[in-house]
Write a protein that binds this ligand. Sequence first.
Ligand SMILES: *Cc1c(COP(=O)(O)O)cnc(C)c1O
Length: 368
Amino acid sequence: MNEIPLVDLKLQYDLIKTEILQDVDQVCSSSAFIQGKYARKFEEDFSALQKIPYTVGCSNGTSAISILLEALGIGKGAEVIVPTLTFIATAEPVCHVGAVPIFVDVEPSTLNIDTAKLEAAITANTKAILPVHLYGNPANMKQILNIANKHNLTVIEDAAQAHLAKLDGATVGNFGAAATFSFYPGKNLGAYGDAGCICSSNKELIDQCRVLLDHGRSEKYLHHKIGYNQRMDGIQAAILSTKMRYLEGWTARRKAIAAQYREALSHLNQLRIVEATPGAEPVYHLFVVEVDDREGLANFLKKRNIASGVHYPIPLHLQPAFSKLNYRAGDFPVAERACQRILSLPIYPEMTEQQIAHVTESVQSFFR
Ligand SMILES: *Cc1c(COP(=O)(O)O)cnc(C)c1O
């Protein structure tokens, strides 16, 4: 069997190529390269899809967090609580605005931020909690909001991996003051380059973000603030509007594949599947299992032409980039142990039944 990659963007492109090339042609023909009508259409489309009133497109999911933090007035002297098990882009923007990321361990079942350990991390300087819907599985927003309300903190959802994920019937991005999304090519909704957005039901906040990410301007040459150039480009916007029409279907496929994996693998007692949060409908950006012999399983799969990944091998508190914050090994034992044991199996909408079966049979035979 040909290699089963973690995600197959080339195959997806082949299926939608005609529409994508039309999009590129339209944007180029109308010279709507930066923001412009396609960016506006993307914002309307994404708000409708994600069921959040206001969206502003931007350059990527990292700048989305930076711009949002700045618009919320979170900067020097502030502390922002972040789970230690996530991609570094959750925490970098906290540093970019001059605030300090305060890491919190994750819960063993879901690997999302552990709300039982969250309150202990709050100090007089804490301004916000930045939970991540890791692997497409919503964090425990009910408890996070309870804690945030009690301590008067702002909640920002990092929904980079969780387009269309739901918790208690509501789509993510509707729980905190605002949410950020990434459209990095490999995300569930991916652009053909970098792109991201900020969503909120607070129009004023989204307007402030819009000004900040476009040179602080209200008119072409009237600048109220020292802003940034973090705009979304027209080609990405048009492509995202097209791909959005497929997202519900693609997400249903991811859920179906995850259900097949679960069915085939859940009886293996040497393997644990990362659990969904109670009340959640995860969208399986990644399908993650925990095993003792992670390297052994990864190598075994590789020999059978199955790719796998580790998301992520090093928790943020042990990253050299954050060494100044003085965390040590042992500070967050759940995340540290998980980072030694987690393995992401291939999951993408275009996987064939044959490929899915090859993955499940291979994992089963590793343990036999
Ligand atoms: C991808 C990702 C980001 C950053 O998105 P970019 O568009 O790559 O800048 C932020 N947080 C998480 C959890 C991510 O997975």
